[in-house]
Design a protein around this ligand. Structure first.
Ligand SMILES: Cc1cc2nc3c(=O)[nH]c(=O)nc-3n(C[C@H](O)[C@H](O)[C@H](O)COP(=O)(O)OP(=O)(O)OC[C@H]3O[C@@H](n4cnc5c(N)ncnc54)[C@H](O)[C@@H]3O)c2cc1C
Length: 492
């Protein structure tokens, strides 16, 4: 059954262990480092009952209604539906919450679209994946994930570096009831707010690391599980006016620490099989369904930055300067390119041959590489357009609390066509999304959420349609001589 926002918040009060430094967080829904983040997710839960969003955020199957990120696409309309769902979620979170529930919802949905892969090795775990998917959409669960092996566990042939001993998460015991895992895992964004964590390995593990090749679902309140948060920016946000995005949308990133955490077999998806623990992401729609969300979310972020660039130039009365208009045209073209790349993934969809469809995976990886390459450039351009104006505002909104400073501020900070308060809001938003510590974390996020750039390039190398590309080049090379150029497939 679909949860309401209140149900969701209640479900987070489950005894989970979250640390910020040495401080144990009792309740993420009330703690000043997490409470607004929790409320932003709760708003997403509530939005499903809002007639404005309900059709996009949910779907119906056999009389039951589920979150649309659990929809298994059979038609192009289904792909569009999933995409609209991610669009609404991105719009409601300003593109700032990368691991919103639709991201790992895509992992799991992709898994059950080709579940036979989970029976490929010595274990036959497809039934676990299918049953877990059903539980997940019925109980309306929010999943996060930690799938990055620690540096020393990666395959040296792939990573080009020496293996070293690290406390990487691994199976330390197994018996009839399940496995026991211990160690740490990077870097579960959103875990402080999720119900279960998908533990896995998306980068190749080195031979000998079989015990680490576990893929399993761990409840956030499992005995022995601890979430160690990075510095929480929400805690330092002065107010909604001063830090409008870090105040609301700090999704958190946590190291997952497991101390003899018991996982029943029905929550285990791969075990003791290094190649399979990686293949499940790329030989099913898992990685593509989830990262289509990443492209949609990025488009929303660019929309916000582009709108901000325009508002900054208007507030600073430079919007009619030809060179500034040229810059805005440049940024508008980049936003348009990203939009086209999102739509292209739907338009050039793939047929899986079993009744299901997938977004075009090559175009998905290409869009992520574009996003990765353009982020610094886009942010840099908007900062350039902002000039010093982002630092010319009073320190914080308390300027309005003092009659003397309020009057001066309202008189002297007003622009030709904008009030002092309008200018304050624009500049504070600009600083929060482009230059603050929260913004710096986003810089790191946009560069690494799919792995470092060389990994994203490797995905593009793997998925590019080489036969078609090579055939085209060969056709030209083979066509020298009299007569017209013949294109491959168009010989007649
Ligand atoms: C904000 C943020 C949120 C994240 N959220 C999640 C999450 O929710 N779940 C999750 O599982 N992970 C998450 N990650 C982790 C992310 O997947 C990893 O950080 C990412 O894969 C990079 O891995 P690494 O840190 O081991 O970098 P490394 O592999 O150590 O690479 C670091 C740098 O070393 C260089 N380098 C290393 N090896 C090579 C090579 N062979 N060729 C060329 N250059 C090389 C490159 O410059 C590279 O950028 C997140 C990361 C960040 C920053």
């Amino acid at each position: 059954m679909l949860k309401t926002g209140a149900d969701y918040l209640e479900s987070l009060r489950d005894g989970r262990v979250v640390y910020i430094g040495g401080e144990r967080v009792d309740d993420v829904t009330e703690h000043p480092a997490f409470r607004n983040g929790a409320r932003s997710y709760a708003r997403l839960y509530d939005a499903r009952n809002d007639p404005k969003y309900r059709a996009d955020l949910t779907y119906e199957e056999n009389g039951e209604r589920f979150a649309a990120y659990y929809l298994k696409p059979r038609t192009k309309a289904d792909l569009e539906h999933r995409s609209r769902c991610s669009q609404v979620i991105a719009d409601l979170t300003c593109g700032m919450m990368g691991r919103s529930p639709d991201f790992i919802g895509g992992y799991l949905t992709g898994a059950v679209m080709q579940p036979e892969i989970y029976d490929r090795g010595q274990h036959k775990f497809s039934k676990h994946v299918l049953a877990y998917f059903d539980k997940c959409r019925r109980e309306d669960l929010f999943l996060s994930h930690a799938v990055t092996p620690l540096q020393g566990s990666k395959d040296t042939k792939f990573s080009g570096r020496e293996a070293i001993q690290t406390p990487q998460l691994a199976v330390v015991k197994e018996d009839d009831s399940g496995v026991t895992i211990s160690g740490i895992k990077l870097l579960a964004t959103g875990a402080a707010f999720s119900h279960d964590i998908w533990i896995g390995n998306i980068q190749p593990l080195a031979p000998g690391h079989e015990k680490e090749s576990i893929t399993c679902m761990v409840p956030n309140n499992a005995p022995g599980l601890e979430l160690w948060s990075r510095k929480a920016f929400e805690r330092y946000a002065v107010s909604e006016f001063d830090n409008p995005v870090s105040y609301r949308f700090d999704e958190s990133d946590c190291i997952v620490v497991c101390k003899n955490v018991k996982i029943p077999w029905e929550r285990v998806f791969t075990h003791n099989d290094i190649p399979l623990s990686r293949a499940i992401y790329f030989e099913t729609p898992t990685h593509t369904l989830s990262n289509h969300q990443a492209a949609v979310r990025y488009r929303t972020k660019l929309k916000l930055f582009l709108g901000l660039a325009r508002r900054i130039t208007q507030a600073n009365s430079i919007d009619k300067v030809p060179a500034v208009m040229d810059d805005l045209g440049h940024l508008a073209a980049l936003y348009g390119q990203m939009s086209g790349m999102v739509e292209g993934q739907i338009q050039a969809f793939e047929t899986l041959g079993n009744g299901y469809l997938n977004y075009n995976r090559y175009l998905m990886y290409a869009s992520i590489y574009f996003a990765y390459q353009q982020y610094d450039h886009f942010v840099g351009k908007v900062r350039e357009l902002a000039g010093g104006s982002v630092l010319q505002m009073p320190a914080d909104i308390s300027v309005l609390d003092n009659e003397a400073t309020r009057e001066t501020f309202e008189q002297l900070w007003q622009g030709q066509s904008a009030s002092a308060m309008d200018r304050f809001k624009v500049q504070k938003l600009a600083w929060d999304v482009l230059a603050s510590e929260f913004a710096a974390r986003h810089w790191q996020y946009e560069r690494f959420y799919m792995g470092p750039a060389y990994i994203v390039r490797a995905h593009n190398l793997r998925e590019a349609p080489w036969p078609e590309i090579e055939a085209y080049t060969s056709a030209l090379l083979d066509s020298y001589g009299p007569g017209p150029l013949l294109l491959p497939g168009r010989e007649d």
